[in-house]
Design a protein. Structure first.
Length: 342
């Protein structure tokens, strides 16, 4: 049965997860488990933990922990491409980890369990200023520092053609996966649903890949996915199912943009996910963040390695460049990033 979503209930749940993560408590929620990847890490599959990695302030540590997102999104494969160019052009080794993405990654940076991470620019602003969502309300993450913005993080409201959901109003009474509990995706989903006037729905919380399975199995009616198109999990779903992206346009788009200053107009092109027509929507920005404890030379070297070798990347290369790397930057730059970008 669909239930009326209590906004206070959402905020409390998100805040509990975020605060637990920032405090370093065990059991940080559905997206809180940290795992390592051994793909191309040069360590013969030996597992390491984040406590063994990262800069120590004297410039001698060369192994850095880079926190990404779920394996079905864009953060994880893009981070592994960053790993390749950084390792090819510096003395640093990157350990890329799959995580629950933005909110969890902010907590990892705050605690020093991550040296670099990909996050959304809106979540970065909330965290740095101690506002916006309960996870950070009154608890600013003062050591959070910006490095570079990368590409639009497109808001996908994904459903299947046979659900009958064509427009945002059709989401009323639906079962909706809003992303991992406490994630930036969940924050966006609940902001957008409120802006669209959707009050009665049943909320599910998993990552991109699990949401795709839920759609295929009929366990949910729609899912929010935030990531640069094409998102791998949606591509996989579209290979076997008739995917529909719920459009956010006209008055609905303006209502979302009025709800928060981070949303911008965006569009998923025709042909993506088998779409016959472009799907209008909104987006935020993906960005690289670090913490104030990172040595200036480390951040400058990593920034230079990535942005001087964009030609060696294959993901989102239409957007990633040194010239646009400060567009939409929502927090202060780390001195190492300032040294490189000028």
């Amino acid at each position: 049965m669909a239930r009326k979503l209590d906004r206070r209930e959402f905020i409390a749940a998100t805040g509990a997860i975020g605060i637990a993560g920032l405090a370093g408590c065990a059991g940080g929620g559905d997206g809180g488990e940290e795992t390592t990847t051994t793909a191309d890490d040069g360590m013969d599959g030996e597992e390491t933990t984040t406590e063994d990695t990262g800069g120590n302030g004297d410039g001698t540590e060369t192994r850095l922990s880079w926190h990404a997102g779920g394996t079905g999104g864009t953060y994880f494969p893009l981070s592994n491409e960053f790993k390749s160019v950084v390792e090819a052009n510096t003395d640093f080794t990157l350990q890329v980890q799959s995580t629950g993405a933005s909110v969890e990654n902010v907590g990892s940076l705050a605690r020093g369990n991550a040296d670099f991470a990909l996050i959304q620019n809106d979540v970065a602003f909330f965290a740095k200023n101690g506002t916006g969502i309960d996870a950070f309300d009154g608890n600013p993450v003062e050591n959070l520092s910006g490095v570079a913005t990368l590409y639009p993080e497109t808001i996908h409201i994904v459903t299947l053609a046979d659900t009958g959901i064509e427009q945002p109003s059709d989401l009323e009474g639906a079962t909706i996966n809003t992303g991992d509990l406490g994630s930036g995706t969940q924050v966006n989903a609940n902001q957008i649903l409120e802006a669209l006037g959707i009050e009665d729905f049943s909320e599910q919380n998993t990552g991109f890949s699990q949401a795709s399975d839920q759609l295929k199995n009929g366990d949910i009616d729609a899912a929010f996915v935030v990531g640069g198109w094409p998102v791998g999990a949606i591509e996989e779903l579209a290979a076997t199912e008739d995917v529909h992206i719920v459009p956010v346009e006209g008055d609905n788009r303006q209502a979302v943009k009025d709800a928060a200053p981070f949303y911008a107009d965006d569009e998923i092109p025709s042909g993506t996910y088998g779409l016959e027509n472009p799907a209008p929507t909104v987006s935020v920005q993906a960005m690289i963040a670090t913490n104030a404890e990172q040595p200036e030379a480390t951040v400058e070297a990593v920034s230079e390695a990535i942005f001087e070798n964009v030609d060696d990347l294959t993901i989102k290369t239409d957007f990633i460049s040194k010239e646009t790397a400060q567009d939409g930057m929502s927090i202060d730059l780390h001195p190492g990033a300032q040294a490189y970008f000028g």
